[in-house]
Write a protein that binds this ligand. Structure first.
Ligand SMILES: [Ca+2]
Ligand SMILES: [Ca+2]
Ligand SMILES: [Ca+2]
Ligand SMILES: [Ca+2]
Length: 273
């Protein structure tokens, strides 16, 4: 598998220097202080993050964090500048959050959710630090968890959608949204309760959200897994569409975005496993 991974990296144009890091022994992923007796799992997710939307090369040294069947995440968990990795374990219903790019052991474990829930991340109170939450597909309900452990819920967008979180209106508080995969439609809920719908890209691409242009509002984006290409809708929720795109990584990678360097602009990353 190592040989295959290396060849994928080379064909995908990710820097050889980064690839060299991959062949090092994977770090051990701790399940947290409270479960020290549990058997440690090996990290099988290798992260390649870039601070540039115009370069196909990772700009952050690769690291290993999380493993199957965890859902990789990005968020600013500690309020320091920039987003860092997280992973949600759907079978344990737990978030494992890291405040750095070292891989291996996270700093925070949060239990939340039930069978079938999907993880979400957002700044629910506008204090600059991201909190976690869940989306329950069977009811179309978003559950937002505050740092004190209390939760609030909002139902939006119908059932069995793909949840999408972003600050669509730029008020500093993240809003909910959904992606209707069959229609390639983003339904975004603004703070006043109104909905903005945008048809963008092709059905069943992976929806993304981030502040591509640094104006304080998050915009829709897409990842086409068939050609490993990210699409950033620079024009945001305006009807007129302008898009930047970049091929990054390889088909079969998991795509995600985040503000890795804290300059308030989101950029791409992939995870190989
Ligand atoms: Ca917050
Ligand atoms: Ca908002
Ligand atoms: Ca923006
Ligand atoms: Ca950034």
């Amino acid at each position: 598998m190592r040989t295959q991974l290396l060849s994928q990296l080379i064909t995908g144009g990710v820097a050889a220097a980064v690839a060299a890091v991959v062949i090092a022994a994977p770090n051990v992923f701790s399940r947290g202080q409270t479960q020290a007796a549990a058997p440690a799992a090996v990290c099988t997710y290798n992260w390649y993050l870039s601070n540039s939307r115009t370069s196909g090369t990772a700009t952050i040294p690769a690291f290993a964090y999380g493993n199957t069947p965890m859902v990789p995440l990005a968020g600013n968990w500690d309020g320091a500048s920039g987003d860092t990795p997280g992973a949600y374990s759907p079978d344990e219903h737990k978030f494992f959050l890291s405040n750095n790019f070292n891989g291996g052991v996270g700093q925070v474990t949060i239990a939340l959710g039930n069978n079938g829930d999907r993880p979400i991340v957002g700044d629910w109170n506008g204090d600059g630090t991201d909190e976690v939450g869940t989306y329950t597909p069977s009811t179309g309900t978003f559950t937002k968890r505050a740092t004190d452990g209390t939760t609030t819920t909002v139902a939006f967008g119908g059932k069995y959608r793909t949840p999408l979180i972003g600050d669509w209106d730029g008020d500093g508080v993240d809003d909910v949204g959904v992606y209707r995969a069959s229609d390639a439609a983003f339904d975004l809920r603004l703070a006043d309760g109104s909905t903005r719908s945008i048809v963008y890209g092709d059905p069943y691409w992976k929806p993304l959200a981030g502040d591509w242009n640094g104006d304080g509002r998050d915009e829709p984006g897409l990842y086409n897994p068939a050609n490993a290409t990210f699409y950033f809708r620079m024009s945001g929720i305006d009807p007129t569409e302008t898009t930047e795109k970049i091929r990054y990584g390889d088909t079969g990678d998991r795509a995600l975005v985040g503000d890795w360097d804290g300059n308030r602009t989101s950029t791409q990353g992939v995870i190989k496993s």
